[in-house]
Design a protein around this ligand. Structure first.
Ligand code: FE2
Ligand code: FE2
Length: 356
């Protein structure tokens, strides 16, 4: 289903979904309950926990970076490759490329966070059991704070530099929000979008140019691993129960989402704003080895979780092999990673204290 109407300021998505009430108030999943306890005591405040007094100087090199670090970022972006659209640029222009990339990434984070906000609000209604409703409600609060922090940053620190939502991200959000099967909402948002974000935040924080965005992203990352873990814990109960036809639908959804997130991640909007020929820029992003590696790293948190869920069907494995990301399958999944950090404590009060 496509949006009924949209204008420059909003996107409308029509959907049918089934709200589930439960009269069983006894939480049945101890691992989810532990995550929920951690979520309750891990709240931060975007107004007071970010040092907004620090100046952000658009276009200026990050004063906290050494020459070596700057050179490392330059080589990461592969500015001197023979096919690079950045060849012949002055140092100042290259610094500006870094700022535009930052503005683009943070803008997509903000739009993706709003997607997470509305998707988890939907989950509160549609998931069947009480502990998932508790956890999803807690996450709604987290996501509101994430949108708020990124929107405040863009509005006050980088005014005039916000990018619109990218086409592939918008298409994925529409796919997720038109879906009435709650496990596919989880799969799309908690496993794919949030899994990609988790890796992107880590990379972003190496490349970002100022301390304010680094502080925000550190705070957001603390919450995101827990969110992806929530998706893994909830879905691993569901996947074994699926019929062959239902599994085929999830497989199809995964392949479509992978296509949107990997193959179409070619930085179109960035080339446009930089005045680089868009086709030339897209060709560079599609074929340059370091840009390919950049996209592969974005899948480093998705692949082990898909594997853990039992969704690594032959078609999905083939797709991941084609994209050279199948090697991440053996890495630890996010739920095991997150829960092992809580294993040292054996009761919920201690979990809460440890998280705090
Ligand atoms: Fe978030
Ligand atoms: Fe999240």
């Amino acid at each position: 289903m496509t949006p009924l109407a949209a204008d420059a300021d909003r996107l409308l998505v029509e959907a049918e979904s089934t709200t589930q009430f439960t009269w069983d108030y006894e939480p049945g999943n101890a691992q989810l309950t532990r995550l929920y306890e951690k979520g309750k005591v891990s709240q931060w405040n975007a107004t007071t926990d970010v040092d907004w007094s620090q100046d952000v100087c658009w276009g200026e090199p990050d004063p906290s970076l050494s020459e070596d670090e700057r050179a490392m970022i330059g080589s990461f972006l592969n500015l001197d490759a023979p096919d690079s659209p950045f060849q012949g640029m002055t140092e100042a222009q290259r610094t500006l490329v870094g700022w535009e990339l930052q503005a683009w990434m943070v803008s997509q984070f903000m739009h993706g966070e709003q997607g997470a906000l509305v998707a988890t609000a939907r989950l509160v209604e549609t998931v069947p059991d009480i502990e998932s409703k508790y956890y999803a409600a807690n996450q709604v609060n987290d996501e509101a704070r994430h949108v708020e922090a990124y929107a405040t940053y863009l509005g006050t620190k980088l005014p005039g530099h916000t990018y619109e939502i990218s086409g592939p991200l918008e298409a994925l959000l529409v796919d997720i929000m038109t879906e009435r099967r709650w496990d596919i909402t989880y799969l799309g948002m908690q496993i794919m979008v949030e899994g990609l974000a988790l890796a992107a935040f880590g990379m972003g924080n190496v490349m970002f140019n100022d301390p304010v965005i680094k502080q925000i992203t550190d705070l957001v990352m603390r919450d995101e691993a827990r969110h992806v873990a929530f998706g893994v814990l909830a879905l691993k109960e569901v996947v074994p129960e699926l019929s062959a036809a239902e599994l085929a639908d999830r497989e199809e959804f995964l392949l479509e989402a992978t296509d949107l997130m990997y193959r179409r991640f070619l930085l179109e909007q960035l080339w446009e704003r930089l005045g680089v020929d868009v086709e030339e820029g897209k060709a560079f992003a599609a074929t340059n080895p370091l840009m390919i590696m950049f996209r592969q790293v974005l899948f480093s948190k998705i692949v082990p979780n898909v594997n853990k869920l039992g969704l690594m069907t032959p078609r999905v494995r083939q797709c991941f092999e084609d994209l050279q990301v199948a090697q991440f399958a053996d890495q630890l999944d996010t739920a095991s990673e997150e829960l092992s950090s809580l294993d040292a404590v054996d009761n919920l009060a201690d979990v809460a204290r440890a998280a705090g």
